[in-house]
Design a protein around this ligand. Sequence first.
Ligand code: GLP
Length: 244
Amino acid sequence: MITIKVFESYDEMSAYAAEIVKEVINSTEKPVIGLATGSSPIGLYKKLIEMNKNKQIDFSQVTSINLDEYVGLSSDHPQSYSYFMNEYLFDHINIDKANTFVPNGLADDLEQECRLYDQRLRDLGYADIQILGIGQNGHIGFNEPSAKLNTNTNIVNLTPKTIKDNARFFDSIDDVPKQGITLGLEGIFKAKKIVLVANGLNKAEVCKSFADEYIDTQVPASLLKLHKDITVCLDKEAASLIEK
Ligand code: GLP
């Protein structure tokens, strides 16, 4: 079931989403959390860091598994998702980095990396909670709009729209990697719970699709309506095109 929550501000949205994550971590013996990158969850990660400092959450038993990574960027590249996770979360909480996993976009055999990543997910028993953002074109992870979506971890050719949207983080659009490695739809859907965060007017159009009754592989996030426990947290700008 999908629950849509609308908040006055990015800060309130982030705080609410962090509470959901906190409850899962605190009520699970060996929690597995699925993590996302992008600007949207940064506020949520800040709240988790505060909660860890205030001893409201303990990450010592947590295993994390990230959604996606650029192909061709090393973990010390400032725009790699591995670097992002250290910068915005892992370096500030008491998680054991040996228990944090991000796909290796530099693997010699990328297909094998995909299979190993799926095996890791299975071994972990999938995520207790999956945090998600959403691309302006409706992508989740790097599952881009397409007639066919992949169930497994896969290598994706990024769409011109995603390359353009993500160019803001790079010196020039030519520096944006052209491919990503991403969990597939099964890996995302097997999470027991999903919390998706989206903010800002540039997400308003795509977020409309959470409120209608259709699913469309050209808007991969619309499929999330089929998940049994998903909370979509929007600030009022991202929710501005949803009819009340
Ligand atoms: C990237 C990531 C997605 C993320 C999306 C939105 O392309 N692969 O996982 O959800 O960007 O990013 P932002 O939150 O910065 O808008």
